[in-house]
Design a protein around this ligand. Structure first.
Ligand SMILES: Cc1cc2nc3c(=O)[nH]c(=O)nc-3n(C[C@H](O)[C@H](O)[C@H](O)COP(=O)(O)O)c2cc1C
Length: 275
């Protein structure tokens, strides 16, 4: 029996930027720092995520909205960061090809910067081509290569994703994906139902987009149902499994920078570095 979402998600930032805090588990120090900042201002929920591209020399960076920490009784020391995306975007492919990511997140209210390095997985609809990569990486099969950082062992093996698991006895990712989807606004849902993949070439036909759905309702019947199903099919979770977290505090004098590094399964070493 899997724990219900309310119990496993510690900190959920909903679509209207309000926060819900349920059944809080303490977790590592760095997570508590982020939560404190979110409590102060939950609207500061946008981070920038960098991925690798196999077709470009440039790091690929974009803004994403932090949705939740996923922390279950299986991963009390390795909370996962959850965000959402359209599985058709380049970033989804990039994370499957090379799951090593880094994100940076500035909180103006607390004057803190978080830089999180780790492994990222994409949770698509069941049967989607990207599903296999997620499962295999967590199970330590196809992801063996992807899951190894030089000199650091396997982050997937050591980190939270492996502990949370997939399949029999693991986390029910599909229920979780659907539950997160259900919290999205009608406007957001419509973005996943658009006919062309995000970042696709519009061939200069900007006007074309005026015919695309703007909002999706409950998906009960007719065209709304059709769009709802399409959106749910393109909707994916992005899961970031941190192995290094750097916290810079510019609100204290002297400024402070601490690096939290995952050691072994569930211990975080902390190193003070010059800011
Ligand atoms: C403030 C802000 C928040 C955003 N949040 C998300 C998000 O949560 N998920 C997402 O897929 N795209 C989000 N985007 C759009 C992405 O930054 C990006 O433009 C889009 O996903 C295409 O990314 P890609 O071509 O790098 O894959 C956001 C953009 C902005 C400006």
């Amino acid at each position: 029996m899997l724990p219900r979402l309310e119990r496993v998600v510690e900190h959920f930032v909903s679509n209207d930027n309000t926060q819900r805090t349920k059944g809080r588990m303490a977790g590592p120090r760095w997570k508590q720092v982020i939560e404190k900042a979110l409590e102060k201002n939950g609207k500061e929920n946008v981070f920038q995520l960098a991925t690798h591209s196999s077709t470009s020399p440039f790091p690929q960076v974009r803004c994403l909205i932090f949705r939740a920490f996923l922390q279950t009784p299986s991963n009390p020391s390795n909370p996962l960061l959850i965000t959402t995306t359209d599985v058709r975007t380049p970033k989804a492919r990039e994370m499957v090809e090379n799951p090593w990511v880094q994100l940076v997140w500035w909180h103006d209210d607390t004057k803190e910067q978080y830089r999180i390095s780790g492994w990222a997985g994409v949770v698509p609809a069941p049967g989607h081509a990207l599903e296999k990569a997620f499962k295999e990486a967590i199970e330590g099969k196809g992801g063996a290569e992807a899951g190894v950082v030089k000199g650091r062992g396997s982050a997937v093996r050591d980190g939270g994703l492996r502990k949370v698991g997939v399949g029999e006895g693991g986390h029910d990712w599909e229920s979780y994906r659907r539950e997160v989807f259900s919290t999205m606004s009608g406007h957001m849902k419509a973005t996943w139902a658009r006919p062309q993949a995000p970042s696709g070439d519009l061939d200069g036909e900007y006007e074309l987009m005026k015919g695309w759905p703007e909002r999706i309702g409950e998906g009960k019947e007719g065209e709304d149902k059709e769009f709802y199903e399409k959106a749910l099919g393109n909707f994916g979770l992005v899961v970031v499994d941190p192995i290094e977290v750097e916290v810079v505090e510019l609100g204290v004098v002297p400024n402070r920078r601490r690096k939290f590094v995952l050691r072994g399964e569930d211990e975080w070493d902390v190193v003070e570095v010059v800011p």
